[in-house]
Ligand binder design. Structure first.
Ligand SMILES: [Zn+2]
Length: 370
């Protein structure tokens, strides 16, 4: 049973309505999606909540950031947010092959791929590597790091350069070919190919992948089977509380089947036998199988000016009591641009910038000393 309580009239689907301006490349891709996918009703309806199994939902939006139809619901029982109509597997493959790049406004040439790779390595991969190694101790030369949905493999480069064994899986053959030229061990495939490799990972990275999968429960079960019993999973996804509340319409994306908040995702991980080492609303999570007893002692934010600023932001956010409340109410509040909401949005952004960079800089400094 689904009741309708759209966040605003802007959240209603109309064929010619686009909330934000699109380039002509994007408009053509949108048209292709409407004609080829939407009008032929190539969807699978999700009848049970993927988080808790209940079947009573509230529909909060019919549309996503590019004006494509996207039926987004919140479970009335567990408050988890997800897409209630997902693409069938044939259309999913078609979408990623023919529509996705253009829809995101990307033109793909060898030169652009090369530039994106270099930028990703510097701006994202090294900071992420330093963040993860702050929380868990891995051993170069021995441990294997696997990334599912690795794209061009940029995330794996710091691990590779630091002498870890790496394996990356991606469904885009162009990206796999590109990453291999960088010396990375990339494989054309996904979880299924990883499972059949019989490789056991010490660390599995899922960076902006979990929100795209068709069935999150199958994915998490697959991780349990392919991870060493003393291994770790690092997950990064765009969090509903952090990004959704800032602007729900720009947060909703036709390619995202799940809109996780920290609560919904950590509960799901616990259901699959993981315990949480680190989690925030950004969302970044580090978890390990429950039976792993060799967990490193809890590491907080290192003492530094950035760390202190992060602590201050966190305190202010707590004083303003932003985190409490149901997801629907938070998203609804985010729609109104009152001063309190704007201040909180700003504080949250600053908190994550300071917190993340305090850890990254601290680890970079440590590395410099070695
Ligand atoms: Zn539920």
């Amino acid at each position: 049973m689904t009741e309708e309580k759209l966040l605003s009239e802007r959240h209603r689907f109309k064929e010619d309505y686009m909330p934000y301006q699109l380039s002509s490349l994007q408009q053509n891709a949108r048209r292709l999606f409407l004609d080829y996918v939407h009008k032929k009703n190539q969807y699978i309806s999700i009848k049970k909540c993927p988080y808790c199994g209940d079947d009573s939902f509230t529909k909060i939006s019919e549309v996503e950031r590019r004006g494509l139809p996207s039926e987004i619901v919140i479970c009335n029982s567990c408050d988890g947010c997800f897409k209630a109509k997902i693409l069938n597997s044939q259309m999913n493959a078609y979408h990623y092959e023919k529509i996705s790049y253009s829809l995101r406004g990307k033109e793909i040439s060898e030169d652009i791929i090369k530039k994106l790779f270099e930028n990703r390595v510097k701006s994202f991969a090294y900071p992420r590597y330093h963040f993860i190694t702050h929380f868990i101790d891995l051993i170069p030369g021995r441990d294997t790091v696997v990334e599912l949905g690795c794209n061009d493999g940029a995330n794996l480069l710091p691990w590779f350069k630091n002498n870890f064994k790496v394996a990356g899986y991606d469904l885009d053959p162009r990206m796999v070919t590109f990453g291999r030229k960088k010396g990375l061990n990339l494989i054309h495939g996904d979880l299924i190919e990883f499972q059949s490799s019989r490789l056991k990972a010490k660390l599995i990275i899922l960076s902006h992948v979990l929100e795209h999968v068709s069935d999150v429960n199958t994915m998490l079960q697959g991780l349990v089977e392919t991870l060493q019993s003393d291994g770790y999973v690092f997950i990064e996804v765009p969090g509903l509380i952090f990004q959704g509340v800032r602007n729900s319409l720009s947060y909703f994306d036709v390619e995202h089947n799940y809109y996780f908040d920290m609560n919904s995702l950590t509960l799901l991980l616990k259901k699959h036998g993981f315990k949480i080492i680190y989690a925030d609303q950004y969302i970044r999570i580090i978890c390990t199988p429950e039976q792993n007893v060799s967990i490193p002692a809890g590491k907080g934010s290192p003492v530094s000016f950035r760390g202190m600023k992060a602590g201050l932001m966190k305190l202010l956010i707590e004083i303003m009591n932003f985190k409490s409340g149901k997801n629907y109410d938070l998203l609804k509040k985010g729609e109104s641009n009152n001063v309190r909401t704007s201040v909180l949005k700003k504080l949250q952004s600053l908190y994550f910038v300071y917190f993340y960079s305090s850890i990254v800089k601290h680890m970079e400094k440590n590395e410099g000393r070695k």
